[in-house]
Design a protein around this ligand. Structure first.
Ligand code: 4NP
Length: 157
């Protein structure tokens, strides 16, 4: 069975496309692509149709990771379509949860903070690098790399 994974942030141009790219890069390296369908989305729609922020694409490219996805806004149906929904921060968590009208719906259990999988980080949230300096993009990539490594281990276990 193909597992469907959705990464979510606010704009879908920095953190979640990076998470999508890292996840895809890791499963390609390990010949596990057939096991997963991976996508990303934003809770906001300001950047719909855009490639990831050029600063994030550049930082990822330096690690050999190509970010090719285009921004889209999350829809309620994503909550039922995807098996795992990994969000970057608590605002995303609230926004995604609010798409499900029924508080007790099992889909609520699919939504998790990506850094809950992290082994290294004391942080709970992936900081938004959009308004920060260029090292913010590398920090995001490091945080995501660590958490996604653990996530993949759990998903293939
Ligand atoms: P992201 O970063 O949620 O990691 O994609 C942001 C991108 C754009 C904006 C905010 C955050 N914005 O306000 O346009």
């Amino acid at each position: 069975m193909v597992k469907k994974i959705l990464f979510v942030c606010l704009g879908n141009i920095c953190r979640s496309p990076a998470a999508e790219g890292i996840f895809k890069h890791k499963i390609k390296d390990r010949d596990l692509e057939m096991l997963f369908f991976v996508d990303s989305a934003g809770t906001g729609g300001w950047h719909v149709g855009n490639l990831a922020d050029s600063r994030m694409r550049e930082a990822a490219q330096k690690r050999g990771i190509e970010l090719t996805s285009r921004s889209r806004q999350i829809e309620e149906n994503d909550l039922y379509e995807f098996d795992h929904i990994l969000v970057m921060d608590n605002d995303n968590l609230q926004a995604v949860r609010s798409l499900i009208k029924d508080r007790s719906h099992p889909a609520n259990k699919k939504i998790k903070l990506i850094l809950s999988y992290s082994q290294d980080s004391q942080l709970n949230e992936v900081p938004d690098p959009y308004y920060g300096g260029s090292n913010g993009f590398d920090e995001v990539l490091d945080l995501l790399d660590d958490a996604i490594e653990e996530l993949i281990k759990i998903l293939i276990d």
